[in-house]
Design a protein around this ligand. Sequence first.
Ligand SMILES: Cc1ncc(COP(=O)(O)O)c(C=O)c1O
Length: 366
Amino acid sequence: MKDILDFLNHGIDDLHPYEPGRSIDEVIEEYKPEKVVKLASNENPLGPSSKALNAIKNFSEDLHLYPDGDASRLKRLISKTENIDTNQIIIGNGSNEILELSARAFLNKDSSAIMSKHAFAVYKIVTQACGSEIIEVPMLNWTHDLARFPESIKDNTRVCFVANPNNPTGTYNSHNDFLDLMKKIPSSVLVILDLAYFEYVDAEDYVKPNELLKEFKNLLITKTFSKIQGLASLRIGYGIGSEKLISTLNKIRQPFNTNTLAQDAAFHAMSDREHISKSIELNLSERDRVNDELTNIGFECIPSQGNFISFKGNFDAQLIFVELMKMGVIVRPISLYEMPEFLRVTIGTQEENNYFLNKIKSLVNE
Ligand SMILES: Cc1ncc(COP(=O)(O)O)c(C=O)c1O
């Protein structure tokens, strides 16, 4: 007799689930290092804004009430900050939820989605979970080769994912390159421009989202409160697109997908421009320094516009990953991204970065 698992939807059985970075607790339990520095998941080493922290510390009375399903106060602030209408915004349980909702709305076993090789892992997962075909375009110099996307699109392609900057490579695409893609891609394809790390970019020719949103109805921009806003554990992010697209995605989202604490913290985090500027400054100076130091050791770094750097050297990445954990440093091996010779390190505080650099130097000099 057949069992329920014989009737799984197409694509799910051989789906490789997302592998999160190792947690501090796991590493303490397994290796018992004297201290742990986690530079594995591209979080803000300064944590969230103190204003966000205060808001949730003082919150306790209304836990029995459902949250505002429309997150209207947060949406009003995003609308003002982004200079777009509130009905162009959808709030998600992390930006991952927006990616998933888009896949569920437009992908099925008769369609395909296009993305770059070595792009953020969730694109493949949500595509495969819908039973859709994955079309992967090779990278050029570890960068999304957007010029090659239009020729790889099929008649049944419905979604195109672009991470800018991309995780784990840290590379970015310019406004003109992205605009060219939008002009060439059929309007029957939803293009998702994932800007999870946009605050960290200092390239002058970077994408201008509002110009693109004005021109293209098949564009969805996603942003997150998990990275520079330091609220990864609260799970909150958002999408911006045309009013019609957003109301369609809202139809299939859970009514209370984001909780009151997350909405409140996100509101205060977004208002705290000083904390955001401080976080950007720290990342810019430390990103350059870590890049230079790793290069001086003899490693090859992929130039990054994010808050992390992927690098390789004359080493076995998996082995160095484990040795670093024994010394209390958690980085990220990225073989899941078909980059088995690379490690990815998040830019931490100056002290955390020094700790990591000293440990990795000691390992390669052994
Ligand atoms: C490129 C990219 N997009 C989206 C996300 C998901 O972020 P969130 O925490 O908002 O779901 C990540 C998280 O690592 C990411 O690297």
